[in-house]
Design a protein around this ligand. Sequence first.
Ligand SMILES: *[C@@H]1O[C@H](CO)[C@@H](O)[C@H](O)[C@H]1NC(C)=O
Ligand SMILES: *[C@@H]1O[C@H](CO)[C@@H](O)[C@H](O)[C@H]1NC(C)=O
Length: 382
Amino acid sequence: MAAWLLLASSVLLLLASSATAQDCSTRAFSNGRSYRLCNALPVLGASIYYTYHAENGTADVAFRGPSGTDGWVAWGINTVQGSSMAGSSVFIASQNGNGVSLLDTYLETTSPSFTKGNLKFTVIGTPTAEYSGGAYTIFVTVALPGNNTRQNTVWQAGPLNNGEVAAHNFGGANLQSTLNLDFLSGSTGASNSRLRRRNIHGVLNGVAWGVLIPLGAMIARYLRVFESADPAWFYLHIACQCSGYILGVAGWGLGLKLGSESVGITYKPHRNIGIAMFCLATLQVFALLLRPDKKNKYRLYWNIYHHSVGYSVIVLAAINIFKGLDILKPASGWKKAYIVILATLGGIALCLELITWVIVLRRRRRDADKAPHGSNGWNNGA
Ligand SMILES: *[C@@H]1O[C@H](CO)[C@@H](O)[C@H](O)[C@H]1NC(C)=O
Ligand SMILES: *[C@@H]1O[C@H](CO)[C@@H](O)[C@H](O)[C@H]1NC(C)=O
C-alpha cells in the first residue's frame, strides 16, 4: 500500500508542469545584439535572453538582473545536479567608481573564494557587463557543458561592501534562483532525464530498502510465532527480501551510475552507506545457502549473524534514505511521507512485539504446566 502510494506520487512529480519561452527577437540590446528566445525568471525580477547555435553547441546569453548601484548580480550554470550554488560556474557583475566589472569564477562551496577562472565550460570571446536603468546586463557566449541544450541555470543578487561582493540574503527568493532551462526550445522545468533518473533511483530504493526489506524482517519475526503460519512466514519472508534485494540492487546500480556522472561533487556518506548496504545485503543472500539445519549446533550462531546483519541493513537504509532525500530535495511532503511510513512500520512492529511476547509467555507457561502434571484446565482455550 505504502509502496503504491510512493509510486503514484512519484508519477505526479514526474509530470510536473513546465513553462515555455517567448519570442524575444524584438528586444534590442546594446551593440545591436538580439536573441531568439527569452524567459522571465521566476525570482529576483531577472530575465534571460539567448540564442542557441546547434552547429557548434554554443549559446549567446544576455542576463538582465535588477540591482541598485550598490549591489551585484550573477548568472551561471550549475554542473552538479542537486546543488544550486556549489558547483556553479558563474559570471558576477559589480561596480565601483571605475565602472562595471565582471568576474567569472567556479563556486566550489557555498563560501567561495572567487578565484578567477576554472569554469566548467568554455567561454567564447570576452564576456561583458553593463549597468543601466537599475539593472545589470551580462553578455556571454558559452559552449553548453556536455553539449547538452538543457542546463541548470542559476542567478543571484546581493550587496556590495566597499566595492567588494558581499553575501546575498538567504531569504526565499535568493534560495529559489535556479531554473532548468532548455536553450534550444526555451522550455523550463523538471523534465530532464537526469532528474527523472534521480527520482527513479529514489523511489526504487525507498520502496526496496525502506519498505520491502523491513516488512520482510517483520514477517519473519512476528508471523512465525503463529504455529499455523509455519512455513508460510518463511516463504513470505524470502519473497519480500528477494524482491526488495532485486529492486534495491537496480536502484543501487542507478545510484552508482548517477554518482559517476556527477562532475565535481560526490555525496560521500550517501554513497558509502549505499555500498555498505549492498555488501551486507549480498552477504545475507549468500548466507542463506550456508544456513545450517535447525538441529545443528551452529544454527544459533548463524541466527545471531543473520539477525545482526539484517537489522544493520535496515538501520543503514533508514539513515541513507534521509541522506538521499536531503540530496534530492523533493517537495517537503516526501520526507514527511517517509517519516510516516517509518513511524507506521515502527508502530506495527511495537504492537506485534507485545503480542508476540504475550503469546510466547503463555505458550511457555502452558508447556511448563503440561510437562509435569498435564493440563490443569487453567490454560484451556488460551
Ligand atoms: C557557432 O555558430 C554560430 C552560428 O553559425 C556562429 O555565429 C559562431 O561564431 C560559432 N561559434 C564558434 C565558437 O564557432
Ligand atoms: C553538439 O551537438 C551538435 C548537434 O547535436 C553537433 O552538431 C555539434 O558538433 C556538437 N558540438 C560539440 C562541441 O560536440
